[in-house]
Structure formats: structure tokens, C-alpha cells
Write a protein that binds this ligand. Structure first.
Ligand code: MG
Length: 242
């Protein structure tokens, strides 16, 4: 899973750098698929419960599960969430990042992205054997609240391994004394999804794309993290030292 995580982080970084004004969300998916084929891995999301895309690309008020589309051309100032999953040698990996397509990033969007990243790191720091899962959830929620943003509660993280979505669910909110005790060897996909406005979402007519009810922006960062004897280990990283 560590090797899959490394491969995935390389793929996502390359796809992220292709996200530019004038490029379609389908172009990103096709590029991701090409990289996956080169690495001899399969797209985890394609066909998952009928999802039609190789990756998810969600723009601006789209929160998650955006379907790649040739007609959806990225524009300057778009806030783009790229979520990629792969399967290789019987194991899954899952990772998401948010990228802003513009020169100087507006303060509001900078705060939203930093808030989401910081919340993810707060959650990861609590992926320690002996902790309740709720410690991760509450630390994410607290971090988001402290930055004045809101957690979108409709979507949660998850265990991951031989299946894409395994138990336990990893909510980005809730009391810290709840949920199972974390054990060495568990691998969790931790993925706060955060907005700067109303956290309510609805699903578009395509049956997949979640959008915020009032058009407010959202950000999404996800890492796959192992609970180890030495503490939390981010598997979706190009840096595997230590
Ligand atoms: Mg995930």
C-alpha cells in the first residue's frame, strides 16, 4: 500500500500540474488514465457504483464526485478539486488535492485551502494506536471551526485496503471519545471537505456531482495514512523516508 500510495502521489502531482485554464476536466482524466496505464495500475473510481469517470474533478461550488467532461473547460480563478484512486496488485490507494488556477490567490480562497490542509494534518497527527477514531474526527472539526470555516458533513473518510471503501467510516466531525480504537496496521483515507459558507450540499441531475446549496466554494484534501508503531505514516507521499 505504501508503494501504491507513492505511485498515486506522483500521478496526482502530475495531473495537478496539467490543471490549467483552457484544459477540460476530461483532458485531466485522460492524462491520469495514461499515467495509471504506464504504472500498471487501474482507476479505482471508474465503474465504482457506476461512476463513469477515471478520476473526480470538481470545480468551484462542486464539492466532490465531479464527472470529467470534454465541455467543462477550466477557467482562470477556478478552484479545482482533483480526487484520484488507483488499484494495483490487489490494493487500493486514494488521494485528493485542491488547486487554484490563478496568479495571486485571493485571501478568502487562500484561507479556505489552508484551513482544509491544516484540518487534514490535525487529523493525521491523531492517527495513533490507542486513540479513538473520534480523536481524528474531532481534531479535524476543531481545526476547521477555529479557522471560521465549515465542515461539509455529507461526505466522510474511510478505511482502505483490499477494497476502496472499508470500515471504519472516518467522519470530519463528532465527539472525540467515539468510534473504534485505532490499531497498528490500520490504513485510513482521511479527507476533510470544507467550505467558506453554508455546508449543505445537493446532488446534481447527473446523479454524482455534489454542489453547495448556495454556490459557495469548497476545498478537499485527502491522504491515505497508516497507523504504525512509530505513529501516523502518510502513504500518499512521494517522500517515503523514515
Ligand atoms: Mg476517499
Amino acid at each position: 500500500m505504501q508503494e501504491n500510495g507513492r505511485i498515486l502521489s506522483v500521478i496526482l502531482t502530475k495531473v495537478k500540474h496539467q490543471a490549467k485554464p483552457g484544459v477540460s476536466t476530461m483532458d485531466l482524466a485522460e492524462y491520469a488514465l495514461e499515467l495509471m496505464t504506464r504504472e500498471k495500475c487501474k482507476p479505482a473510481f471508474l465503474g465504482y457504483k457506476g461512476f463513469p469517470g477515471a478520476i473526480c474533478v470538481s470545480v468551484n461550488d462542486e464539492v466532490v464526485h465531479g464527472i470529467p467532461n470534454k465541455k467543462r473547460i477550466l477557467q482562470v480563478n477556478d478552484l479545482v478539486k482533483i480526487d484520484v484512486g488507483i488499484r494495483k496488485d490487489g490494493f487500493f490507494a486514494d488521494m485528493a488535492e485542491t488547486v487554484y488556477l490563478g496568479g495571486e490567490i485571493p485571501d478568502e480562497i487562500d484561507t479556505l485551502m489552508k484551513s482544509t490542509k491544516n484540518a487534514l494534518m490535525a487529523g493525521i497527527r491523531n492517527a495513533i494506536a490507542g486513540n479513538t477514531l473520534g480523536k481524528i474526527s474531532r481534531s479535524i472539526e476543531k481545526s476547521v471551526e477555529n479557522s471560521g470555516m465549515s465542515v461539509i458533513r455529507r461526505f466522510v473518510g474511510h478505511g482502505i485496503g483490499r477494497s476502496l471503501h472499508e470500515k471504519p467510516p472516518v467522519p470530519n466531525f463528532g465527539p472525540e471519545n467515539q468510534g473504534p480504537r485505532l490499531e497498528v496496521g490500520m490504513v485510513l483515507a482521511i479527507e476533510p471537505i470544507v467550505t467558506n459558507g453554508d455546508p449543505e450540499v445537493f446532488i446534481k441531475n447527473d446523479g454524482w456531482t455534489a454542489v453547495t446549496r448556495h454556490g459557495n466554494l469548497s476545498a478537499h484534501f485527502e491522504h491515505m495514512v497508516a497507523v504504525t508503531e512509530c505513529g501516523p505514516k502518510i502513504l500518499t507521499s512521494t517522500c517515503q523516508a523514515g
